[in-house]
Write a protein that binds this ligand. Structure first.
Ligand code: TMP
Length: 210
């Protein structure tokens, strides 16, 4: 039987990676088999693409190159990690998926949303998360948190206005698909966000026979 596919999304500094890990631990304690993964990444090839995408050396990268590389990394990630895990019946938790491309390359870089959707169909063959947890925070707070944690890659160093557009994109996606995308305000502490996430995921998994 096919497992369940859950993604975490959000701008920089929302604490997504921590929440992915905490949710995975929580579900494992309940006896579920969980695959934890992240984009761009999850496979050897996707991690090499990640290096190109996020390196400060890549400042000359064109927006369409960026779009194609995120999609290329996703093709490998789906084929090597996500689909095999879903076929085993795992709960797959990914830190970012296609919604990031719509928010960052679509809303952030102003690339045509139709073009993004067309490429997404090629890259994912229609695979969508069953549930998406969108962690939301004020841009300045998120960037401050990341700076304090010493994170500074090519996208993090974009202007505030870029990150504001990305955040707007995520919020627009959530209002367009309220059934799949659940927005959580994460200005509170880690424990509060974890509790809200666990509640949403538990309700969601009740509709799943895994
Ligand atoms: P992260 O591991 O810090 O989330 O870094 C990934 C970066 O890549 C982050 O700045 C968001 C960005 N990104 C996109 O712009 N488009 C995408 O499709 C994905 C998956 C990530």
């Amino acid at each position: 039987m096919r497992g369940a596919f859950i993604s975490f999304e959000g701008i920089e500094g929302t604490g997504k990676s921590t929440q992915c890990r905490l949710l995975a631990e929580h579900l494992r304690q309940k006896g579920l088999s969980v695959t934890e993964t992240a984009e761009p990444g999850g496979t050897h090839i996707s991690l090499k693409i990640r290096e190109i995408l996020l390196s400060l050396d890549s400042r000359a990268m064109k927006p369409v190159t960026e779009l194609l590389l995120y999609n290329a990394a996703r093709v490998q990630h789906i084929g090597e990690v996500i689909l095999p895990a879903l076929q085993r019946g795992d709960v797959v938790i990914t830190d970012r998926f296609s919604d990031s491309t719509i928010a960052y390359q679509g809303y952030g870089r102003d690339l045509d949303l139709e073009l993004i959707a067309a490429l997404d169909r090629i890259a994912t063959n229609g695979l969508r998360p069953d549930l998406t947890i969108l962690l939301d925070i004020e841009v300045e707070t998120g960037l401050r948190r990341n700076r304090a944690a010493g994170k500074a890659d090519r996208l993090e160093l974009e202007k505030i206005s870029f990150h504001e557009k990305v955040r707007k994109g995520f919020i627009a996606l959530a209002s367009g698909e309220p059934g799949r995308i659940k927005l959580i305000d994460c200005s509170g502490g880690i424990a509060e966000v974890q509790q809200k996430t666990a509640g949403i995921v538990t309700d969601f998994l009740k509709t799943y026979h895994i």
